[in-house]
Write a protein that binds this ligand. Structure first.
Ligand SMILES: [Zn+2]
Length: 288
């Protein structure tokens, strides 16, 4: 099966009140780990890369690995570019085989966000690619985008409705109080706002900053209309900690397989936990 656009899998998820887990990966082993998690649990999967990782590995290398995963497993798998501000890079990723992209123009005034999103919609439509946009500002650090928590701005529900109407965007990430990175305390999620937005727009909504949100809060957000949950930081920590553990026990280890295997296992375990939380386990057949 080729990589598919995330649009149909996310619409399905929204209709049936579960979310598809979307994992940011940075190495081949991380990518393989989330694919194995999806295969073992028969879950739909979104593999994501940040702009930094695209520049680090190359979009063609990432797309090639994701295509192998989709071919081998036969699972519905989408490859998504996370938080991109650069139109040229979006085009480059679509050419390389990405089936989903996020244009993040949330740092610009509303009208400019509309214009920039429309421009991406034009190129994406020709390629059958899903487009995600953001309204409001999600706080925290995502790669090289830093939003001070005081500047984090929650999305206005009426503006969300207008934005969908004017851009035709397939999926929307409204800022609703989550943040990127690891939370210092509990996140302050505005559930009433999610409900209001979901009542006004029927596109799948995206929950950013999925690392460390308490399970009950994730379930509630998903039940209200969040159909995709992004998990980045927690996955990196699991991967890195497993490697650190190997070197603590064996400081002279120099066979990458010896530390990559446990790192991969740690990512896979965490990915399955997150899929359970999202309610997407066993839903692969839903999309086919
Ligand atoms: Zn994000």
């Amino acid at each position: 099966m080729p990589l598919i656009s995330s649009t149909s899998m996310l619409q399905r998820a929204r209709q049936h009140q579960y979310a598809v887990a979307a994992f940011n990966v940075h190495t081949l082993e991380m990518l393989q780990a989330v694919v194995e998690a999806a295969e073992e649990t028969q879950s739909p999967l979104i593999i994501q890369s940040t702009v930094g990782t695209v520049k680090h590995l190359g979009p063609d290398y990432i797309a090639a690995a994701a295509k192998v995963a989709a071919d081998r497993t036969g699972l519905p798998i989408a490859l998504h570019l996370d938080h991109c501000t650069d139109f040229a890079l979006i085009v480059q990723c679509i050419r390389a085989g990405y089936t989903s992209v996020m244009i993040d123009a949330s740092m610009h005034p509303y009208e400019e966000n509309v214009e920039r999103t429309r421009k991406v919609m034009e190129v994406a439509a020709a390629a059958g690619v899903n487009v995600e946009a953001e309204l409001g500002k999600v706080g925290g650090v995502e790669d090289d985008i830093v939003v001070d928590e005081r500047d984090a701005l929650l999305a206005d529900p009426e503006e969300c409705r207008q934005f969908i109407g004017r851009t035709g965007v397939h999926t929307l990430a409204p800022a609703i109080g989550t943040a990127h990175g690891i939370y210092k305390g509990e996140p302050n999620i505005d559930f009433a706002r999610i409900a209001k937005i979901a009542g006004l727009v029927d596109v799948p909504l995206v929950l950013h900053g999925g690392s460390g949100i308490p399970a009950e809060q994730v379930r509630k957000a998903v039940s209200l209309g969040m159909a995709k949950m992004n998990i980045a930081t927690e996955l990196r920590i699991a991967f890195s900690n497993a490697i650190k553990d190997v070197f603590t026990a064996h400081p002279d280890e120099n066979d990458p397989r010896k530390y990559m295997v446990p790192a991969k296992q740690a990512v896979k375990r965490l990915a399955i936990e997150k899929m359970e939380l999202c309610g997407c386990i066993g839903k692969a057949g839903d999309v086919r």
